[in-house]
Design a protein around this ligand. Structure first.
Ligand code: ADP
Length: 362
């Protein structure tokens, strides 16, 4: 830059020195040496004072503003990494601070938009992939039948059964997606009531009894001894759905001969519900991600087992709507435990009961 603090100071000090010397020359009998000394002193002192003032109070800040604006133009936001001290009295410094914080806000907005865009793209890719699998499978079976296999009674039945299974999977996926989106938009409201969670657990147990038996899996309910009622305050249908998803997973990911345990016990102000299995477990690196939509530890295996990849995302949303969360502990090869707490409702459970005093087979 041609005009900088030194050039302006030079100009200013020269003019002041000339004016001062000119005035001094009007005095009678003043010597040339005195005039030169006066010129030198006024020039150097004005130069020093003005260049320092201009450099530190004005030009330095203006240059900083220019640098920031230049970087903003080039979309280089690296300057946001450096911290600036706030609330300066210098108005130019304040402008610099304002530009800096404005850029920081814009950068945050850009990051959020980028994340949203990535999330949307990933979601569309995932959903297309998930929908494609059952549609292609059903389409394949129907076309094979149309191409002649329909004549063979045995094959006809087998293929129709397979096509129906794929379409059932599709139906489940669409249904779960709808539930998830309605939970997210708040369309599904929690209907709170006081109910006995033991009854809900027994209903879930009854629902999965046959499935567990077919897989030779021990499905048990653990309730503290002498406890017949654990009242909680929650949405009974949604908690039933949470338990269904957790127990269905526990059975799905447990080998033949393993065990699945649904437990509940009262605490001082709430109740704990746990679904535990002696299945294959979840690696520590995956635990934080299993609640994401479509996240699967072993992609192919979950799909073979009829999983949509949305079960735990639904669990998370329902429990969040209850202002609670699900805790997971797991060890590969040993099993997993999913537990959550619900606020206590009206309860008739006596004090001083030791949880798990016995294990009750239902
Ligand atoms: P999916 O329909 O695939 O079961 P979920 O959302 O219910 O979808 O679960 C996400 C993933 O978490 C599963 O694919 C599986 O890898 C893992 N997972 C969930 N529950 C268990 C469990 N009890 N034992 C082992 N892995 C589990």
């Amino acid at each position: 830059m041609l005009i900088n603090s030194k050039a302006v100071a030079l100009l200013l000090s020269t003019s002041i020195a000339i004016v001062t010397t000119a005035f001094l020359s009007l005095v009678k009998d003043v010597s040339v040496i005195a005039l030169l000394v006066a010129f030198g002193i006024s020039f150097s002192s004005t130069y020093l004072l003005s260049s320092l003032t201009l450099e530190f109070l004005i030009f330095k800040e203006i240059n900083k503003i220019y640098t920031v604006l230049d970087k903003l133009k080039k979309k280089d936001l690296s300057f946001l990494q450096t911290k600036i001290e706030k609330k300066s009295l210098n108005p130019l410094k304040r402008i610099h601070e304002e530009i800096f914080s404005y850029a920081a806000i814009k950068q945050q907005e850009i990051n959020d938009l980028k994340n949203l865009e990535m999330f949307r793209r990933e979601f569309v890719a995932n959903i297309s992939h998930e929908l494609k699998t059952p549609i292609f499978a059903a389409q394949g079976f129907v076309h094979t039948l149309l191409d002649g296999a329909v004549e063979d009674k045995k094959i006809r039945y087998k293929f129709l059964k397979k096509a129906a299974k794929s379409l059932d999977g599709l139906d489940r996926l669409v249904h779960e997606l709808l539930t998830l989106s309605q939970l997210e938009t708040g369309e599904i409201k929690m209907r709170y009531e006081h109910f006995n969670i033991i009854e809900t657990i027994e209903d879930v147990h009854e629902q999965f009894e046959d499935e567990a038996e077919k897989k030779n899996i021990k499905l048990k309910v653990n309730i503290p001894e002498n406890v017949t009622e654990i009242h909680v305050y929650a949405d009974v249908h949604r908690i039933y759905q949470v338990l269904t998803n957790l127990v269905s997973n526990a059975i799905k990911y447990t080998k033949k001969g393993g065990g699945v345990y649904i437990s509940a016990w009262p605490n001082e102000s709430d109740a704990t519900v746990t679904v535990e299995d002696h299945g294959r477990g979840i690696p520590a690196s995956d635990i934080n991600r299993i609640f994401e939509r479509f996240y699967r530890v072993e992609k192919s295996r979950s799909k073979d087992k009829g999983g949509t990849g949305l079960g735990l995302a639904i669990v998370k949303h329902i429990l969040e709507a209850h202002n609670t969360k699900v805790e997971v502990t797991s060890k590969v090869g040993e099993g997993s435990s999913f537990s959550f707490k619900l606020p206590q409702g009206k309860t008739s459970v006596a004090d001083g009961i030791v949880p798990f005093a016995n294990e009750k087979d239902v």
